[in-house]
Design a binder for this molecule. Structure first.
Ligand code: ADP
Length: 637
C-alpha cells in the first residue's frame, strides 16, 4: 500500500500538532469523543429516517479501552463509520478551510491560537500519539478499512476486518519526555477524570472496563495457627464496566448546578471559540410550547462572521436528538451572532426545512427567544456597562443594521440597545435614554455629530461651539450611524439633530438678529463669493453659531459630508455630493477682513477659495486643488 501525502494545509496543522507546546494536550480526548458522538448521532438519525425498527438509544455507546502493554488508548463508537472515500477526504484534509488565513505577524500561524480557535478535531490525536490507526466500517457496507499515519509524512489506507459498523481510533501513546508526561493518558483514572471534565454531557454512554482490586473473600477457617496470616488480606483483580459520563446535556441541567465556568467551558468546546463569551442565556419554558435553550453571546465575531460562509442559527434538538445544526429560523437577523442550542420535545423529528419555516411551534419559540436575548442584553447593559461596550463593539453594527434595514420598523425593539460615546463620557458609552435624561432644560432635540473618530468629531467647529454652550453631543463614529439616525427619526419623542446641519443654530434671538443684519450689509461681497464657489457650495454666509473657528462647512439636505465619504468609498459608490454651505464666523477677525474687501473683487474671489478649502480641511475633507491653494496663500502673503 503506497503512502499518500496530506494536503498542504493539513500537513501544516499536523506538524503543529506533533510539535505542539500547547499545554492543553488533554483536549484530544474530548475531540475524539465528540467525533464519536457525532457519528452516532448521524446513524441514529438515519435509522429513524429509514424506519429501522427495534432500535433504541441504548444500543449506542462510545467505548474507551487502555492497553498499557502495547501503550494504546482506543476510542470506539458504533456510529455511522466512514467509507473509503470518506476516510480519504475527511482525514486527509482539514475541514476548516481558511484556518490558515489567520497568521501572526511573522506569517506563520500561531499554534495556540489555531488550536483554540478552530478546535482542530481529529488531528489533535497527534498531540499525544506517534501512531494513529483508524479502523472503520460504514453503515450499510461490508468492507472495513484501516487508515494509518505516523504523522506529517503521510498516511496509508488498507482493507481491514470489522464485525459491525462504527469506528475505532487506536492511539499509540508517545513516550514520556523530560518535560512532558504522556504516560498519564494510559491511566484509567486520568481518562475517567477527563471524560467527566470535558464530555460529561455527551448523550451516549461512554464506557470503560475498569480494573480494580478488591479483597478476596475467604472461607472462614477454624484451623489453628492460621489466624495471624488471616489478618493480611489478599486482593484479586476485578473488572467492572463503568459508564463515565452522566449523559445529561448541559441545557437540561439545573442552572443552580452549573457555574459560569461550566457554561464557558461548554461554549469553548462546542462553538469554536477560544475566549469566554460575553454572556450565556439559559432558559427553560413550560407552557404552550416547551423547550430548553442555552445561548451565548460571543465576545468577538467568529473568524468567518463577515464572510459569505457564515451560517447563523441555533442547533435544534428534539428529545435529545439533533435535527438541525443551524436553524436560522430561530434567530432574527439582527441577533445572528448568537449561538447555542434549542431542545424542544414538541417538534417532529423528521420535519423538513421547508415545513420548519411554517411550523407554528417554532415561530413561537423564535419569538420568545428574541425577547429573551433582548432582555438579557438589556440587563447586561444595566449591570456591566464595560462588558456591554465590548459586546457592542463587536456586534453593535449588526443591531444598527437591523434598524436601518427595516426602514426603522424595528427601531422600537432595538433602540434601547444602542449606545454611543458622548462629550460627557468619552470612555463609557451612554444609551439614548441616558442622554435624554441628561438633556438641558429647553433642549428639545438629541444632538449628535459624525466623524471617523472621536478626536475628529471633537475637532469639528460645530462640536466646539455646542460644547462651549454647555450641550452634550453624541459622538457617532460608524459610517452606518447617520443612516440609522435618519431612519429612526426620533427617540422618546425627541428628534435627532446633526450639529453639522446648516439649519442647526444654538444662537440666541439677539445673535440671530445681529447676524441677519451682517449678512444683509455684506450682501454684495457674499454674493461674489457665492458666485465664485457656485459649483461647490449652495450658500456663503456669516453665522453666530461658531465659537473660535473662522469657518466651517454645514450640511443642507439629506446627504451629509460624512455620508458623502461613506457612499463614495463603497465599491459601487458613484459621485455622491453633499450639499454644503460655507459658514463664516461673524465674530471672528476674518469676518471683519472680508467686510473690508468691498470693491476689491479679485481679493474677494481669492478669499472665497482659501476659506472654502480651509473649511474642507477642518471637516476632514481633502483640499481640492493644493497647487491653486498654495498659490493663493503665497500671493496674499
Ligand atoms: P470536525 O469533526 O470538526 O468536522 P475532524 O477533523 O474532527 O473535524 O473530523 C473530520 C471528519 O472526519 C468529521 O467531520 C467526520 O466526517 C469524520 N470523522 C471523524 N471521526 C469520525 C468517527 N469517529 N466516525 C465517523 N466519522 C468521523
Amino acid at each position: 500500500m503506497s503512502k499518500k501525502e496530506f494536503k498542504a494545509e493539513s500537513k501544516k496543522l499536523l506538524d503543529m500538532m506533533i510539535n505542539s507546546i500547547y499545554t492543553h494536550k488533554e483536549i484530544f480526548l474530548r475531540e475524539l469523543i465528540s467525533n464519536a458522538s457525532d457519528a452516532i448521532d448521524k446513524l441514529y438519525y438515519q435509522q429513524l429516517m429509514d424506519k429501522v425498527t427495534g432500535l433504541s438509544r441504548e444500543n449506542f455507546e462510545i467505548r474507551i479501552s487502555i492497553d498499557s502493554s502495547s501503550r494504546t488508548l482506543t476510542i470506539s463508537d458504533n456510529g455511522i463509520g466512514m467509507s473509503l472515500d470518506e476516510l480519504e477526504n475527511n482525514l486527509g484534509t482539514i475541514a476548516k478551510s481558511g484556518s490558515f488565513d489567520f497568521k501572526n505577524e511573522n506569517g506563520s500561524p500561531d499554534d495556540i491560537d489555531i488550536i483554540g480557535q478552530f478546535g482542530v478535531g481529529f488531528y489533535s490525536a497527534f498531540m499525544v500519539s506517534d501512531n494513529v490507526k483508524v479502523v472503520t466500517r460504514k453503515y450499510g457496507e461490508d468492507q472495513a478499512h484501516m487508515w494509518i499515519s505516523e504523522g506529517a509524512d503521510g498516511y496509508t489506507i488498507e482493507d481491514a476486518e470489522k464485525d459491525s459498523c462504527g469506528t475505532d481510533i487506536i492511539l499509540h501513546i508517545k513516550d514520556n519526555t523530560d518535560d512532558e508526561n504522556y504516560e498519564e493518558f494510559l491511566s484509567q483514572y486520568r481518562i475517567q477524570g477527563l471524560v467527566k471534565k470535558y464530555s460529561d454531557y455527551i448523550s451516549y454512554p461512554i464506557r470503560m472496563m475498569f480494573e480494580t482490586s478488591k479483597p478476596v473473600e475467604k472461607e472462614p477457617s477454624d484451623a489453628e495457627g492460621d489466624e495471624a496470616e488471616d489478618d493480611a488480606p489478599e486482593y484479586e483483580t476485578v473488572y467492572e464496566d463503568r459508564t463515565l459520563n452522566s449523559m445529561v446535556p448541559i441545557w437540561k441541567k439545573n442552572k443552580s448546578d452549573l457555574t459560569d465556568e461550566d457554561y464557558n467551558e461548554y461554549y469553548k468546546e462546542h462553538f469554536g471559540d477560544y475566549v469566554d463569551p460575553v454572556c450565556h442565556i439559559h432558559t427553560r419554558v413550560d407552557g404552550n410550547v416547551t423547550y430548553d435553550a442555552l445561548m451565548y453571546v460571543p465576545a468577538k465575531p467568529k473568524y468567518d462572521y463577515f464572510t459569505k460562509d457564515f451560517k447563523s442559527g441555533l442547533a435544534l434538538y428534539t428529545n435529545g436528538v439533533m435535527i438541525m445544526e443551524k436553524c436560522e429560523e430561530l434567530l432574527p437577523d439582527y441577533f445572528n451572532f448568537v449561538t447555542g442550542v434549542v431542545d424542544s420535545a414538541d417538534l417532529s423529528l423528521n420535519i423538513s426545512r421547508e415545513l420548519l419555516q411554517h411550523d407554528r411551534q417554532l415561530r413561537v419559540i423564535a419569538k420568545n427567544i428574541e425577547k429573551k436575548i433582548k432582555s438579557e442584553l438589556e440587563s447586561l447593559q444595566a449591570n456591566d456597562r464595560d462588558k456591554y461596550a465590548e459586546f457592542f463593539n463587536s456586534f453593535g453594527a449588526q443591531i444598527k443594521y437591523g434598524i436601518y434595514e427595516s426602514y426603522g420598523m424595528n427601531k422600537d425593539k432595538l433602540a434601547s440597545l444602542l449606545v454611543y460615546k458622548t462629550s460627557m463620557d468619552e470612555e463609557h458609552p451612554s444609551t439614548l435614554a441616558e442622554y435624554v435624561e441628561r438633556m438641558r432644560d429647553g433642549q428639545d432635540d438629541i444632538y449628535f455629530a459624525c466623524g471617523e473618530t472621536v478626536d475628529r468629531i471633537k475637532a469639528l467647529p460645530q462640536t466646539e461651539a455646542a460644547l462651549a454652550k454647555g450641550y452634550e453631543v453624541l459622538y457617532m463614529t460608524e459610517p452606518v450611524d447617520e443612516f440609522v439616525v435618519q431612519v429612526m427619526r426620533d427617540f422618546d419623542g425627541k428628534s435627532f439633530k446633526n450639529i453639522s446641519a446648516s439649519d442647526f443654530d444654538l444662537s440666541t434671538d439677539e445673535e440671530k438678529e445681529m447676524v441677519r443684519k451682517e449678512n444683509e450689509a455684506a450682501e454684495s461681497i457674499l454674493s461674489i463669493m457665492k458666485e465664485e464657489l457656485k459649483d461647490k457650495v449652495n450658500d456663503v454666509r456669516f453665522t453666530s453659531n461658531l465659537a473660535k473657528y473662522p469657518v466651517t462647512l454645514t450640511n443642507e439636505g439629506q446627504i451629509s459630508i460624512e455620508m458623502e465619504k461613506t457612499l463614495n468609498a463603497m465599491p459601487m459608490g458613484g459621485d455622491v455630493k453633499a450639499e454644503v454651505v460655507l459658514d463664516i464666523n461673524a465674530s471672528h477677525a476674518v469676518a471683519d477682513k472680508i467686510k473690508s474687501l468691498e470693491g476689491d473683487e479679485d481679493k474677494i474671489k481669492s478669499y472665497a477659495h482659501i476659506l472654502y478649502n480651509l473649511a474642507r480641511m477642518i471637516s476632514g475633507l481633502p483640499v481640492e486643488d493644493p497647487g491653486e491653494l498654495s498659490e493663493l496663500v503665497c500671493e496674499l502673503m
